[in-house]
Design a protein around this ligand. Structure first.
Ligand code: G1P
Length: 289
């Protein structure tokens, strides 16, 4: 059986849409309730059976490394064993976390190129740091849905969802002959089309990439925003290989924007047993105010 074991999580963006807080706190450490975004992403990967993660950080984002350091003086000086710290330790037993630095934010394609040694000839998953998927109780959600498809037919898979046509200029948009099925082969992809989008099926930051992506990216020209775009590398792959788009279970929130961040906080609060009662009352009060 073909099992994806590695995930690349690029988080090196400057997070300017969430300034001023991102001036000193990397956006991937911003909390949804009390848990940083990166922890939700790693938990999603673990649920998919992945056991190795490469987090691509910017040169000033060492706060992520500190967060996962469970031998720090903060932890050593705690007067008891907190379950929240045990959770971080448990994550580290399930997934081996390493880091690579992207010196300049030159696009997602450039970030992925930093993962060539880590991939070491294997196909791998990519989870984008801005997109958090709430499982809504589903066993397979987010990247896990793509890993399941890969098991039967190991090729490229892109997680997609329908977006309003007026928002297609914010996403990688796929082109296919038929969009009806849960997953379907694509015959085109374009990054942030300014007009005439081929569809309203948008990439949501969940990918399974074959190892061949590195060769395609090395032959890709700078694209949208004068950056090396993963989308353009995938467009090259499409000339020779099968690429599928697939809807994924769960609801995806763009936590790189203020509204998406608030929506994600509410969605995750609803799933938390320790908050449920109080939060339901709070929502009732809000609805009536
Ligand atoms: C990136 C990708 C884009 C994708 C989007 C999903 O864009 O380049 O293809 O649709 O993530 O969030 P970004 O949002 O980083 O500009």
């Amino acid at each position: 059986m073909n099992q994806i074991k590695k995930v690349v999580i690029p988080v090196a963006g400057k997070g300017t849409r969430l300034l001023p807080i991102t001036k000193t706190i990397g956006k991937t450490l911003l909390p949804i309730i009390d848990t940083p975004v990166i922890q939700y992403l790693l938990e999603e990967a673990i649920k998919a059976g992945i056991n190795e993660a490469l987090i691509i950080i910017g040169p000033n984002q060492t706060d992520v490394i500190d967060y996962f350091n469970t031998e720090s003086s903060y932890v050593k000086n705690l007067n008891r064993d907190y379950k929240e710290i045990r959770t971080i330790k448990k994550i580290k037993t399930k997934i081996n976390i390493s880091y690579a630095i992207q010196e300049e934010p030159c696009g997602l394609g450039d970030a992925i190129l930093k993962a060539e040694d880590f991939a070491n000839g294997n196909d791998f998953a990519v989870i984008l740091g801005d997109d958090v998927v709430c499982s809504n109780g589903m066993k397979h959600y987010g990247i896990s849905c793509l890993c399941e498809l890969y098991k039967n037919n190991p090729c490229y898979y892109l997680g997609v969802e329908e977006v309003p046509f007026e928002l297609t200029n914010k996403y990688g948009i796929v082109k296919a002959t038929n969009y009806d099925k849960d997953y379907f082969p694509i015959n085109g992809i374009i990054e942030k089309p300014s007009d005439n989008p081929p569809s309203n099926m948008a990439c949501i930051g969940r990918y399974i990439l074959k190892n061949s992506i590195f060769e395609y990216l090395k032959n890709t020209n700078m694209g949208y925003n004068n950056e090396l775009q993963l989308t353009d590398g995938i467009a090259l792959a499409l000339e020779k290989e099968e690429v599928f788009a697939s809807k994924v279970n769960g609801v995806c929130y763009d936590v790189g924007t203020k509204l998406g961040y608030i929506e994600a906080t509410i969605a995750f609060a609803k799933t938390r047993d320790d908050l449920k009662e109080d939060f339901d009352k709070f929502l009732e009060v809000m609805a009536n105010s």
